[in-house]
Design a protein around this ligand. Structure first.
Ligand code: IMP
Length: 427
């Protein structure tokens, strides 16, 4: 295999992409993350140890896999070094396998400050961001004002001057827009200069670094963060993140051409969750929501927030499959549904009494949408020890088949637990 397969979240993030990428990373030369930043929290369990990665591609847990933080990412260098040091502290040799694209943007402390202040100002209309400075950093990128990873390779005095200029500009905006106190430009610039010493050896041109992929010597896995319904252009704006989590982002965020793309794998959870605010048509409330949340341990890996929980939404799932041109589905956390007597899959929406098959992309319509459910009988068996498709209870297989029929893409793998070995390939 000399091409780049892509792993994409196809709901609202938290589909279990971390585990999927970890599993598939074993057999590729390089894993490339292409968008987002430390808003992501990819949780992976390896032989009883749990790792949560925010910035590093999940391939880092496979000792012979290279990892590139791609040009489309927004990278908080403070968080990145903390993450690297944590892995080193746990005995993993990582630094010589990490490459960071020079054209990725740097998330600075003032981006996080703006994120926090803006959310506060929005009050009840807030987006519920992760507070990691993602939106403000992408804003600076689009305004062509941001600092890039390549700037860390400048001489210390030049980097220091640039950083001070950026903080002073941010300070003016903090005062004008939020009446907020200034940040310490000298201290931030000094810290950045110090961090740069360690990060410099990892900085690359993504174009040059990925040359072996273009010439057919390397295989790659492109790792998405968040999910299709949080995509800046295709999600329920403004309740979205600030990057393209769909297939286009995998191209622009890496510089890989469509010619080098292999299979597009969509990751879906067997039910739905969402953190942050915004419409969620199949959301459950009260005891039912609490039950699903505790079964699935649905608490955010980045912020610890409760995830909102609901039934599988095939209307949204079809939309994500179409946007991404999925070749296959990997369905995660199927084991969580064991013991629920009746399961529901939302097949259509109803808006003002009319049936709707296509996902409404405008917020107003989405807010008025009501779910139309198909009910399916559940199963009681614990799935975690099962290793083949045929061992799965019949009702469980039927549930998976109902999902693939509604979405129109074959489920090739189901994940039946957090361990690497909980992975059942369809015959
Ligand atoms: P931001 O990306 O921090 O700006 O947050 C924007 C929206 O995306 C909020 O609803 C967040 O909760 C959501 N979000 C961002 N990253 C993730 C993620 O990795 N998993 C799930 N939701 C996310």
């Amino acid at each position: 295999m000399h091409s780049a397969n892509v792993v994409l979240g196809c709901q609202w993030g938290d589909e279990g992409k971390g585990k999927v990428v970890d599993r598939l990373a074993e057999s590729v030369d390089v894993v490339v993350r292409f968008q987002g930043g430390a808003n992501a929290g990819h949780t992976v369990m390896v032989e009883g140890d749990t790792f949560v990665l925010h910035l590093l591609p999940t391939g880092i847990l496979r000792e012979s896999t290279r990892c590139l933080l791609g040009p489309g990412m927004v990278i908080d260098p403070w968080t990145l070094l903390t993450e690297i040091d944590e892995l080193k502290g746990r005995g993993l040799e990582v630094e010589d396998r990490i490459a960071i694209a020079g054209s990725a943007q740097l998330v600075m402390p003032y981006h996080k400050r703006f994120d926090e202040l803006r959310e506060k100002a929005l009050a009840s209309k807030s987006i519920g961001t992760t507070g990691r400075g993602i939106g403000p950093c992408y804003e600076d990128k689009m305004a062509r004002m941001g600092l890039r990873v390549a700037d860390l390779a400048r001489e210390d005095s030049s980097l220091r001057r640039m950083a001070i200029d950026k903080v002073l500009r941010a300070n003016r905006l903090l005062a004008e827009r939020h009446d907020a106190p200034a940040m310490a430009s000298g201290a931030i610039a000094d810290e950045l200069v110090e961090l740069a010493q360690r990060l410099r050896p990892m900085i690359v041109s993504a174009y040059e670094y990925l040359a072996p992929l273009r010439s057919g010597q390397w295989s790659a896995l492109l790792e998405g963060a968040q999910g299709a319904l949080l995509d800046i252009d295709h999600g329920a704006f403004p309740f979205v993140t600030s990057s393209n989590c769909t297939i286009g982002g995998a191209l622009t965020g890496t510089g890989i051409s469509p010619r080098d793309l292999g299979r597009v794998l969509g990751v879906y959870k067997a039910y739905s969750t969402r953190v942050g605010n915004g419409p969620f048509v199949t959301e459950l409330h009260g005891d039912e929501a609490e039950d699903l949340r505790s079964r699935g341990r649905e608490f955010g890996a980045t912020t610890g927030r409760h995830r909102r929980c609901g039934w599988f939404d095939a209307v949204a799932a079809r939309y994500a499959a179409d946007l991404n041109g999925l070749d296959e589905i990997i369905l995660t956390k199927l084991d969580v549904l064991s013991g629920i007597e009746t399961l529901r899959v939302c097949t259509d929406y109803e808006i003002d009494g009319k049936g709707v098959r296509n996902f409404p992309v405008w917020l107003e319509q989405l807010e008025k949408s009501r779910p139309v459910y198909r009910e399916l009988p559940g199963w009681t068996e614990d799935l975690s020890g099962m290793t083949t498709w045929d061992q799965l209870p019949e009702n469980c297989r039927r549930y998976v088949e109902a999902i693939e029929a509604e979405v129109g893409v074959r489920v090739e793998v189901v994940s039946n637990g957090p361990k690497r070995s909980n992975w059942i390939e369809r015959p």
